[in-house]
Ligand binder design. Structure first.
Ligand SMILES: [Zn+2]
Length: 276
């Protein structure tokens, strides 16, 4: 495991979490920009180089874990806080986009709606289905749910049917490994088989779609892991660590959203992603 990367990631996370404190404004509504995007892609089917991808403005990507009352910590927000975050994003004119839109934007310069952002959820918690998804849908948002497949049908975690329902409702289902082992620990082909290949296949069976997105367990990665993941996924999501200049698509940054006021979240988004 690369200690340096862990330390740097941790520092960034601490920085972002502790900086969740001020305000930012935004507005405007369009649909998902597919039409405009198609026009662009018709004239430009050449893939952007890693350097071009890194040079593009970064999209805000949020990461939630637990949504639960009475439990404090950077990985838990209360139900009321979560609702207030989503309402603020909607009222501020943000539009949720799906990972495929982000991929098409980064690789083919396809257009995005105004104020785009991605909202993601890690670890397959049952409240992601029961609480988060309905709130997102109420505001016309769709999210990305990263599943750790060891949790299928376990207490407090989503069932296979619930995962399938999220997908049917227009959310994206991604993989978060089999049992949360970090990518830097996959040494043998059998590790890749167990943590990536097999769970990906199972998840695809559940949602009847290709699973093309990955979230790194603990946000930890190294160059080799990122490069190897590019054989399996269109995009992989880290927490807020330095992007890999050779495989930037496999090191898309997210910020962990802690318990904080909506205006503090806006400030964090603006600061982390230089978003307007
Ligand atoms: Zn996780």
């Amino acid at each position: 495991m690369n200690k340096k990367i862990i330390i740097i990631s941790t520092l960034f996370i601490v920085l972002i979490v502790s900086s969740c404190k001020h305000a930012n404004q935004s507005k405007g509504k369009t649909d998902n920009g597919t039409k405009a995007g198609k026009e662009v892609s018709d004239v430009n089917q050449t893939m952007n180089t890693p350097k071009q991808i890194i040079a593009k403005p970064e999209m805000p990507v949020l990461c939630y874990h637990r949504i639960k009352d009475g439990k404090k910590g950077d990985y838990t927000v209360s139900r009321a806080t979560f609702s207030s975050h989503i309402k603020m994003l909607a009222d501020s004119g943000y539009h949720s986009i799906l990972p495929l839109q982000l991929y098409d934007y980064l690789v083919y310069n396809k257009a995005l709606p105004e104020k785009p952002f991605i909202i993601s959820f890690d670890d397959s918690r049952v409240e992601h289905f029961a609480l988060a998804a309905p709130i997102l849908e109420k505001h016309g948002f769709r999210g990305v749910f990263f599943i750790m497949t060891i949790t299928y049908n376990k207490k407090n975690y989503m069932t296979k049917e619930e995962i399938a329902q999220l997908s049917k409702a227009g959310h994206t289902i991604g993989l978060h490994s089999w049992d949360h082992t970090m990518v830097t620990k996959y040494k043998e082909a059998t590790d890749w088989q167990k943590q990536v290949v097999e769970p990906k296949k199972m998840l695809e069976k559940i949602v009847s779609k290709k699973v093309e997105y990955w979230a790194y367990p603990n946000g930890v990665y190294d160059h080799k892991g990122a490069k190897d993941l590019s054989k399996h996924f269109k995009l992989s999501f880290t927490l807020f660590s330095k992007r890999d200049s050779i495989v930037p698509l496999q090191t898309i940054r997210r910020i962990i959203v802690p318990e904080c006021k909506p205006q503090e979240l806006l400030k964090s988004i603006r600061r982390a992603f230089k978003s307007k």
